[in-house]
Each structure stands twice: as C-alpha cells, then as structure tokens.
Design a protein around this ligand. Structure first.
Ligand code: ARG
Length: 579
C-alpha cells in the first residue's frame, strides 16, 4: 500500500505547477516528530525544486516559497499549508491520518507496511550478491568478522524486503600457507577425536602450536611448504585432509550462524579460484596489462600517468597467486554464474584499498560491470572480550551475551513464566550486540561495552525487545477487544498522532538506508518509535477504557508492534513475544 498522503500532496503540487506528480514524490518528506509537539506532517524544501529545475533558481527563495504556498489550495485531505523559511509545511486532516494509516494493518499484510511505497519506484531491482562474514579457517574469528556478518545480513535483508533477488555468500579464507602449516602440523599435534568434539577449537590449537614450532624448527617450515605444494598440485592425501578441515569448519559455522539468525546461500572460498586465478593473470598478460617489477613480481600499473608510480601485485616472483588475484578470479566467476546486477563486499575499512584496486583492475581488463561492485567498509571494534579473555570464536561472544542477559532477566518476575528463558536471553542478547553495532555510522570505530549494551533502559537492543514484548503482551491480554473496525475519532490525542506521524517516515527511512546502506537510520527510527510507545502505554490505557476506546487504542498498538517487528527483522533481530 502506497502512502496516500504523499501521493495526494504530490498530485496537488503537480496540478498547481503543471508537472507530473512523480517529480514531487521524493522531494516531500515526513516531518520528524519532536518531543510529541504538534507539528505539520510533511514538508517540501523549495531548494530541492530549484535544483531539479522545477522552479527557477534566480528569484528570491522566500518569496517563491510564500507564493507557492498561497497558490496551493487546501482541501479535505490537506487542511493546512503554510510557508516556513524556504520550506512549505502540510498538515493533513487528523481523522484521515488515523484512518488511512491504521487501515493498512490487521489484514495479514502488516509485514508489507512501507515496502510498496512510491519512493521505491526509481530503484533498480534485479540480483544483488552480498558477500559477508568470510572468516578464515583455523584462524581467529575476530570482531571484524562479527561486524561483517551482521552488517552483511542487514544489507541482504533490506535488499530482499525491497524486492531484490539476493544471493548471500560467504567467502571463506580456506587457502594459503596456513593450510601448509595445519596439514604438516596435524600429524604431530592433531587428534581426530578432538577434531570431532570441538573442531574450531582444535584446529586453532594445532595452528597456534605448529606456528610456534615453525618459528625455530626449519624442518617444520619445510614440511609446511611441502604440504602446501602438494595441495596446490591437488595431491590426494593432502587434499582430503584439507577437505576434512574445511567441511568440519563449515558445519560448525553453520550451527553458530543459525544461533545468530544468519544464513548463506553459498559457501565459496579462496580455494575455489586457485586455478582460475592463473588464467586471470594470463589474460592480463594477453591484454598487455601485466608488467614485471624490478623484484620479478607480476604487477598491474594503476597510476594515472602510467609511470608505475602506483602498482598492484598480482603474481609472486615464484609464480604463485595472491589474495587479490583470487578475488579477481572470484568476481569474474560470480558474474558469469549469478549474472548479478550489483555486488556488495562487506569488510573492515582496512581493506578499502584492496577493493578499490580490485575494481580498478577489473575495469581496465574490460569488465565494465565492476562499476556495479561496491565495498561497504566499517570501523574497528575495541575491546571485544569475554569473561575468560580475548575472543577467538564467535560462539564465545554469543554464549557470553546469552549468559549475561539471562542473569539480568533473572531479576524480573516475568522471566519465571518463560518456557525457554535461555532461548529468549539468546535472542535479546544478540539484539543488544546488533543495536550497539548499528547505532553509529559504520565507518566509525567503537568500544565494545557489555554493561552499556545490555541496559534495559536507554537506546539498546534490549529496549527494543522489551518494547516489542510489552506490546505483544498487551495485545494478548486484550484479545477480546480486538475488532476489525475502529473509530478514528477516538485516536486524536497528540500521543497517538505522534506515533502515526512517526510511522509516516518508515518508507523514507528504508529509502535512505538502501541508498547509503547504513543501518543507523532504521535503528534510530525504531528506538524513537519505542520511546513514543512508552508514552502511549502511560497515556492511552487499554484496560479499563470504554470498549470503543480500547478497540481503537489496541489498533494503534498493534500497528506500532508490527512496524517494530518488521524493522527489527530487517536489522537481523528476531523479536521476542515475551521476556
Ligand atoms: N577472509 C578475509 C579476512 O578475514 C575477508 C574476505 C573478504 N572478501 C573478499 N572477497 N576479499 O580478512
């Protein structure tokens, strides 16, 4: 269901200025609710119309604003039109606002709210490949991998809900010298029994041990090199051990990702592109793009002047390929296989240069689709530690979030009524992790803080879950008051109008999010919604109110509950019904 008010106002502007109404759809925006004060519902900055050439830009802007405001006629939908500094404000009929907003709910289509907005008409849909998480086998799963996992999941969810076909891909670090070490070390330090019991832990232990050994033991180093060479030459025994390590790791990760509510359509990895990487180098050579450096490595010249002042190495002097060479092969392969319209890589910002070089080389090699590839960088997380120390495995973070949350919940009486308190604590704990991570701009670094992120009051994931659970409980307890019809004139208090005005912004928030791929817009929208709902709980009681009033209020609360749940799901949070 598209936004009735945005369309009506755009149509009015279209008629007055003799333009198609589409021209005004994105220029109009809902006015943010501020401290529940009375305000207009939509605003139109005149500057935008001057930039787009709809209005002349060589006249006085204030006069232009006032003239247009006077030209626009009020009607039964738009009751007030007024000029502010360079902006026109529109206030719609209050009863109609209540009715039109709330009639969208309660028809089994609650989860579509905002998604069919005319704002999205200009979006190019199609296939989006999102690559995220991408940890390295046998190495540490660090905070950066956790960030990539939840940010990538958010981007995939967002695109999917707006109608893109999304391919979710995990690109494992499953190749390289670490496998030489692991393979060579496993016969000495490894144990099949332990590998079965606690695979990630055991592989990591062996990896640490063999690294230490190789520091002073030349034989170990040689054995590692030999093992890796056997792998590169596809020798049976080496390959089957590597395969075992990889398979076990993927199964383990799948289990942990499931706890996190994350899944992948494809588990790809660097190993898949080993052979193709050599072909890519060959092609670069054929195209005359491959140069040999003084050190004998194969490089591509990326300097604007073509003087080799900035180069990217794609081949070692011993003829082996690098991380970027495999990425080149992987990108080409994905384009051929999935015909994506856009591809998004999510990693920390230290890899920004890597991706910019990757896209540049693809473009020079004639792959014009590289323009539709994008790197979404994020900042560092400081101090992600559990009680037992530094985080090595994703599971440790999830366990700690769950146990801390369980502890906090045990103080509340309602926890005792929960069927599965661990499960609830897990979901709430994860939402705390996500909201802490998503609150600011992705590029910023932040400090991980268990205490702060788990606070029930304040702008946390716990607060969102608490608000959702409280709304669900209100709806459950008043089932008999739920009705298909309601009287809009019973919801004209400022408290309910503010909630509806806030909901008017939902499609804009999603629109903004899909443009810059930043989750903070949606997080802040949902936090604000939760604060407004908290006031509504105080000021608009359902219990003890006359039946008509109870019905109408319940309808408002149900709408807020649906939007909250929808938004949380896009963020990658599973809303809980009780806590
Ligand atoms: N495995 C890499 C790391 O841990 C991230 C991979 C990112 N994706 C890519 N296509 N290079 O740093």
């Amino acid at each position: 269901m598209a936004c009735f008010f945005r369309r009506s106002i755009a149509a009015k502007l279209g008629r007055t200025l003799q333009q198609s109404e589409d021209a005004f759809i994105t220029a109009l925006s809902a006015v943010p609710v501020f401290k529940k004060q009375q305000s207009a519902d939509f605003k139109l900055p005149i500057g935008t119309l001057r930039i787009s050439g709809i209005l002349p830009s060589n006249v006085d802007i204030q006069q232009q604003t006032e003239t247009l405001a006077n030209q626009l006629e009020q009607d039964s939908v738009v009751e007030e039109i007024s000029a502010g500094p360079g902006v026109i404000h529109f206030k719609v009929n209050r009863k109609l606002l209540v009715q039109k907003m709330l009639e969208l709910f309660g028809k089994d289509e609650d989860d579509k709210f905002g998604l069919n907005s005319e704002l999205f008409n200009s979006l190019k849909r199609g296939t989006t490949l999102v690559e995220y998480s991408s940890p390295n086998i046998a190495k540490k799963f660090h905070a950066g991998h956790l960030r990539s996992t939840i940010i990538g999941n958010f981007i995939a969810n967002l695109k999917q809900s707006l109608g893109h076909d999304v391919i979710r891909m995990n690109y494992l670090g499953d190749w390289g010298m670490q496998f030489g070490l692991l393979g060579a070390g496993f016969s000495q330090f490894g144990c099949q029994e332990k590998l079965k019991q606690n695979p990630l832990q055991h592989l990591f232990e062996v990896y640490v041990q063999v690294n230490k050994e190789a520091e002073h033991n030349e034989d170990m180093k040689q054995a590692a090199r030999d093992f890796f060479r056997q792998l590169e030459q596809h020798e049976g025994e080496a390959v089957s051990l590597w395969q075992q390590f990889r398979e076990i790791t993927v199964v383990e990760y799948q289990r942990v990702y499931k706890r996190l509510g994350v899944h992948f359509d494809v588990y790809s990895g660097e190993s898949f592109h080993q052979d193709r990487a050599q072909e890519v180098v060959q092609q670069l050579q054929n195209q005359g793009l491959l140069k040999t450096s003084k050190r004998g490595t194969g490089v591509v010249d990326l300097s604007p002047a073509g003087d080799m002042s900035s180069v990217c190495t794609v081949l070692r002097s011993d003829g082996t390929t690098l991380y970027i060479t495999r990425d080149l092969a992987a990108a080409i392969d994905r384009k051929e296989k999935y015909h994506f319209n856009e591809m998004i890589y999510v990693t920390d910002k230290s890899q920004a240069n890597h991706f910019s070089q990757l896209f540049q080389i693809l473009l020079s090699a004639g792959h014009s689709w590289a323009d539709s590839c994008q790197h979404v960088p994020f900042g560092l997380v400081r101090g992600m530690k559990t009680r037992s120390g530094e985080v090595v495995f994703l599971e440790d973070v999830l366990d700690e979030a769950r146990s801390r949350m369980l502890h906090n919940m045990s103080r509340s009486t309602t926890t005792k009524e929960l069927e599965n308190p661990e499960d609830t604590a897990e979901k709430v704990g994860i939402s705390a992790l996500i909201v802490q991570d998503f609150k600011g701009p992705l590029q910023s670094d932040y400090s991980f803080d268990w205490e702060r992120m788990l606070q029930a009051q304040g702008d946390t994931g716990v607060f969102l879950q608490y608000t959702h659970a409280r709304l669900c409980s209100l709806i459950r307890r008043n089932e008999e008051a739920q009705a298909a019809i309601f009287d809009p004139s019973l919801l004209l208090e400022q408290t309910s109008v503010s909630i509806l005005q806030h909901l008017l912004r939902y499609d804009e928030v999603l629109f903004q999010s899909v443009q810059d791929l930043q989750p903070k817009h949606l997080v802040n929208f949902l936090l604000k919604l939760s604060h407004l709902v908290a006031s509504a709980h105080r000021e608009l009681p359902v219990k003890g109110s006359h039946q008509d009033v109870a019905q109408a209020r319940l309808r408002l609360f149900s709408a807020a509950c649906s939007v909250l749940a929808n938004g949380m799901r896009i963020l990658g949070i599973t809303p809980v019904d009780k806590m």
